[in-house]
Design a protein around this ligand. Sequence first.
Ligand code: RNT
Ligand code: ZN
Length: 422
Amino acid sequence: MTRFESAREIFSRRGIGVEAAMDALGRKAISIHCWQGDDVTGFDFPGQGGGNGIQATGDYPGRARNFEELKEDLRLAFSLIPGKKRLNLHASYAVFPPGEWADRDELEFRHFVPWVEFARELGVGLDFNPTLFGHPRVEDGLTLSSPEEETRRFWIRHCVACRRIAQRMGEELGDKVLCNLWIPDGYKDIPADRLGPRLRLKSALDEVFWEECPNVIDSVESKVFAVGVESYTVGSHEFYLSYAASHPGVYPLLDNGHFHPTETVSDKLPALLPFFRYLPLHVTRGVRWDSDHVPLQDDELREMMKEIVRCSAMKRVLIGLDFFDASVNRIAAWVLGARSVQKALLFALLQPHESLKESQDKGDFTRRLVEMEEAKSLPWDDVWAEYCARQDLPADGSWLETVKEYEERVLKKRKGLREIGG
Ligand code: RNT
Ligand code: ZN
């Protein structure tokens, strides 16, 4: 008997089907964020880096400097991640024809056609994000909530342009595209006016979401604080949750790095699922704060995945990765992060949810506790090995050898200034 056959038997004795679990895992797309490949730099402001609202830390060599390099890196990462994937783009990754450039408020679908072609090559869907950072028009740290009318108008035009681009992407690929809005707006020190910026943001959002975009799933991403904006965040959880609740078709995106460290997104999912058709999710690993470390299979990642499974919400919770670690090999970060999420999801798919719920509903909390602890030792990793083998991929960390070989051959040769214009 192979290890897989033995695992299949162990699970089936508990009424859990491993084939169904592998099928469900294989069908669940993980949206891979392009911005891990170049430390959130983008192509439209060479030299500026992510900056102005966002920051990656570390100086590992080999950052992708242009469209071709980023594609090459993504191809390798995608080839080492099993299952279904999507590609998540930021507007700052527009690809301009030689000699051309467009500011964020003038971006058009044609600037993303090369990405649509790439998505077709990979056989994946796209997701999209307006980029309201890393740009000189982030005025005193503010965008859509700025008191400057011109600044606000610029960013509203940008967001409207992005929704149109996302709509076209969806039409071209025959798909729905998640278009997620996150802004860095906030204050380092105690604000004298907390309401004004939020009223301005609210009316800006009303303009942004005015147009019907049937292929777009709109979301707004909240945050508790960030470095440099320790005292006040305009787009707080209460603000965006209320906005989404009162604007059908706009969904609250939960980034698990964006809450107080003792708050858990795993508990927020079942609190919000009764009210929202979709719940987009950004998976990261916060170390003390929203540090955007690579996700590992920690308790909270497993707990979030368990909730998705228990709530039968595989189609409703849209899983995307969101971290940017510049201190390790960036391709390895993608692969490790995506695989950790998938492993946690498989683990969740193989839990004895029914009997655990039964113990809870009978009030037998002793049995629930014991069973829950025992279930951690079920041989889910033998199922993972089988899942990967069926896709001709290593189940263990030997994929790193491929990445290391690529590092020697390709990444180490990337030196000097990045090229302009993608
Ligand atoms: C920032 C948010 C946001 C960004 C990306 C680049 O704190 O998490 O999702 O990471 O849009
Ligand atoms: Zn995020």
